[in-house]
Write a protein that binds this ligand. Structure first.
Ligand code: ADP
Length: 402
């Protein structure tokens, strides 16, 4: 099945055309500055058949954005699709499904309304998703669309892991609980681990990118995850602080005259690796600065790795043991020193890494980097969120076509 996977943000659309029959990426692209003023740079990128096309185009809204995508996919000179009707379904990545959605869902007018109703829980993401869905709906009204939620995989968390220790009204009325994120990636990696070890075991999955989260999975079900009510909780990230004591917020408000919203934005955008190092949110730059003697950069790296280790220890306890640990996403897949430092000293728990294999890893493929006497298996597994969205979309659409 040819599936268009769409990730629509507040002013952007990222898309991939995937043929699920052959597991083949046919084309991918990004549109930026939708509904915004043009900058000096190209805002349209499209990759297909080994070629890259770039353009600088004013895009007044999502409707127009979708028209550009359709033109690119059916452009005779590029040669991806003969007709747009070859696209059999569209899978939309949706950040927040809360408790409304416990599985990926065919998009209907009611579902669009339900996604919109969740805007207070993800104000930066949900409006872009809705605009994207409506843009495709008006241009391709007959193509079935599926919503794949980042939170679904975490809906299996027991209440003792998903709730905060605050009165029930906060959960029931104010919808405050831990929803988690990166669920599509955690689910994909969990399924890969099942294939690698041969059974549904006790897994710890470290999705370490610019955003980072870790999850504890038992027999294919998520038991706990580090992101919470929003993606701010948990690990130290590129620009997010991760776990902090809540009264820090009022302290910063008093010291800076910032509003609560501004402090939350600061915690999301100016903290983490960037805030501590003062160098960059990209771990490659921070690592380089640390090697060149920058003490704050060294501290940022140490905090980053230590927090991952702390969560691994906590999740091993929560699971009552661990059969396999996986590292994925930009940093998890590509930074051996992060993997090494996060696992260093865990031999007492039966966890050890093969340093030579870890350092001489090959990019972009599954690798077993388990240490000699390790009871738990350790893997690097490239994530594939778009492939997973395409697969779920294809499954749902083939069911309704039967
Ligand atoms: P997100 O999806 O959250 O934006 P990614 O999974 O793309 O994040 O990861 C981005 C981070 O991963 C970058 O900030 C960088 O530090 C790290 N990273 C990405 N690619 C590489 C690479 N090839 N080598 C080393 N680190 C990388």
């Amino acid at each position: 099945m040819k599936i268009l996977v769409v990730n629509a943000g507040s002013s952007s659309i990222k898309f991939q055309l995937i043929d699920t029959k052959f597991d083949k990426l046919m084309a991918k692209g990004t549109l930026y500055r939708i509904g915004e003023k043009l900058g000096p740079e190209n805002n349209v990128t499209f990759k297909a058949n080994g070629k890259i096309f770039e353009d600088r185009k004013e895009i007044v809204g999502f409707n127009e954005g979708v028209k550009i995508i359709i033109d690119l996919l059916t452009n005779k000179n590029i040669g991806v699709l003969k007709r747009i009707s070859e696209i059999e379904a569209i899978g939309h990545r949706i950040v927040q499904g809360a408790e409304t959605f416990k599985k990926s869902t065919l998009i209907t007018p009611k579902v669009i309304q339900q996604i919109e109703d969740l805007t207070p829980l993800a104000p930066l993401h949900q409006p872009g998703h809705i605009a994207g869905i409506k843009g495709f709906l008006s241009n391709l009204p007959n193509v079935p669309m599926v919503a794949v939620f980042d939170t679904v995989f975490h809906t299996t968390m027991p209440a003792y892991a998903s709730r905060y220790a605050i009165p029930e009204i906060a959960y029931k009325k104010w919808k405050i609980r831990r929803y988690g994120a990166h669920g599509t990636s955690h689910k994909y990696i969990s399924e890969q681990l099942e294939k690698l070890v041969g059974y549904k075991g006790k897994f710890i999955i470290c999705h370490i990118g610019n955003g980072a989260s870790i999850s504890a999975v038992n027999k294919g079900r998520c038991l706990d995850t580090s992101m919470g009510f929003t993606p701010l909780e948990g690990l130290v990230m590129g620009t997010r602080s991760g776990d902090i004591e809540p009264t820090i917020i009022t302290r910063v408000m008093e010291m800076t005259n910032k509003s609560a919203q501004e402090v939350i934005s600061w915690l999301n955008k100016e903290c983490g690796l960037l805030g501590v190092s003062g160098v960059s949110n990209d771990i490659r730059d921070v690592q380089k600065a640390a090697q060149d003697g920058n003490k704050n950069a060294k501290l940022a790296i140490d905090m980053f790795n230590y927090r991952i280790k702390k969560y691994i220890g906590a999740y091993a306890a929560a699971l009552g043991g661990v059969d396999a640990i996986a590292f994925t996403a930009g940093t998890g897949e590509n930074r051996p020193e992060v993997r090494e430092q996060a696992l260093r000293g865990l031999e007492f728990m039966g966890i050890s890494i093969d340093n030579a294999k870890n350092e001489n890893f090959e990019r972009g493929v599954v690798q077993d980097i388990t240490g000699k006497n390790s009871k738990a298996k350790i893997f690097i597994i490239p994530t594939d969120e778009e492939g997973m969205i395409a697969k779920e979309t294809a499954e749902i659409v083939s069911k309704i076509q039967k």
